[in-house]
Design a protein around this ligand. Structure first.
Ligand SMILES: C[S@@+](CC[C@H](N)C(=O)[O-])C[C@H]1O[C@@H](n2cnc3c(N)ncnc32)[C@H](O)[C@@H]1O
Length: 283
């Protein structure tokens, strides 16, 4: 498996990334108790989608009530009245929607108070309609660990176009596949979150935790370095959210909301990408 980035800047259409069956199965198998006797609506899927395949198998085994998909409605737009009607009737919305419409897509789920399990670009964590829900513990990351690199692999309709697009891709069994920073977002309970074990100390190691130039906040450069003996505000990479446990931490906000100048966190003159500000709870 080799990761490549083509130098050519031609753009591939952003929305045609198809989820692999193994990714659907690996994630969805963790929520089987939520699915029992429920109607699942895959509102951005055709009959060929891995989601439709997976849920059709569950239906055949009598493990869900029904599977509906938008292709079955003649490829209905998820914003169309007929698709919204289905969304209202269904119990769960499970899909990988077009990344370019992810904000609208999530607005719809929130508006109709739906239970969901969906794939989105990792950057969506910072969206105005997503981050507050993460903060309030009304939406969280699925069971798939972020690991070193937050990326998922997707099938594309046109491998040649992908290779020429300048986007990241990998060759897997001779096939070019898109490699995108993406993750699962859900409001379905799962018990798979790995606990964060803290062993580092702030006191005696203050130089490891410098304060930002533009905020009275210490920088913690990775979640495993969160000090066990510090209860002030800390800035941490946004990847922290896969270990966020509301009993142990409070999320205060995004870096730009707290810095003196409204920019992201700056450390020794260097702008740091995507920090969130958190505080440990005294427990
Ligand atoms: C990221 S792809 C994922 C496809 C499929 N859900 C899967 O996981 O393999 C998003 C799909 O949504 C379709 N799509 C784009 N705009 C849409 C809309 N407004 N309503 C419903 N589907 C849409 C695209 O054609 C594309 O196939």
């Amino acid at each position: 498996m080799q990761s490549k980035k083509s130098p050519c800047a031609k753009r591939v259409k952003n929305d045609e990334f198809y989820t692999r069956y193994e990714d659907v199965k690996t994630e969805c198998d963790n929520y089987r108790s939520h699915f029992f006797n429920k109607i699942i609506y895959c509102n951005c899927d055709t009959v060929n989608s891995a989601f439709v395949r997976y849920f059709s198998e569950l239906k055949d085994k009598g493990l869900i009530r029904d599977i509906w998909f938008s292709g079955g409605l003649g490829g209905a737009d998820f914003r169309s009245p007929e698709s919204i009607e289905r969304l209202k009737q269904a119990d769960l919305i499970i899909t990988n929607p077009p990344f370019s419409l992810f904000r609208d897509f999530m607005d719809l789920l929130i508006q109709y108070d739906k239970k969901f399990l969906v794939i989105g670009n990792f950057n969506a964590v910072k969206y105005k309609n997503i981050f507050p829900l993460i903060k309030e513990n009304k939406l969280w990351i699925g069971t798939r660990p972020f690991g070193g690199a937050i990326s998922m692999i997707f099938n594309v309709p046109d491998e040649k176009q992908l290779i020429e697009s300048g986007k990241h891709y990998i060759m897997l069994k001779g096939k070019a596949m898109a490699q995108i920073p993406a993750t699962w977002f859900t409001n379905l309970y799962h018990a798979k979150q790995k606990p964060l074990i803290l062993s580092k100390r702030y006191h005696g190691n203050e130089s490891m935790y410098p304060k930002y130039d533009n905020a009275d906040v210490i920088n913690v450069d990775r979640k495993t370095n969160i000090p066990i003996d510090y209860y002030g505000v800390m800035g941490i990479p946004i990847t922290f959210i896969d270990r966020y446990n509301k009993n142990h931490f409070e999320i205060l906000g995004l870096d730009k909301d707290f810095t003196n100048d409204g920019n992201g966190a700056i450390l020794k003159g260097r702008h740091l990408y995507g920090r969130i500000f958190i505080r440990r709870l005294t427990q």
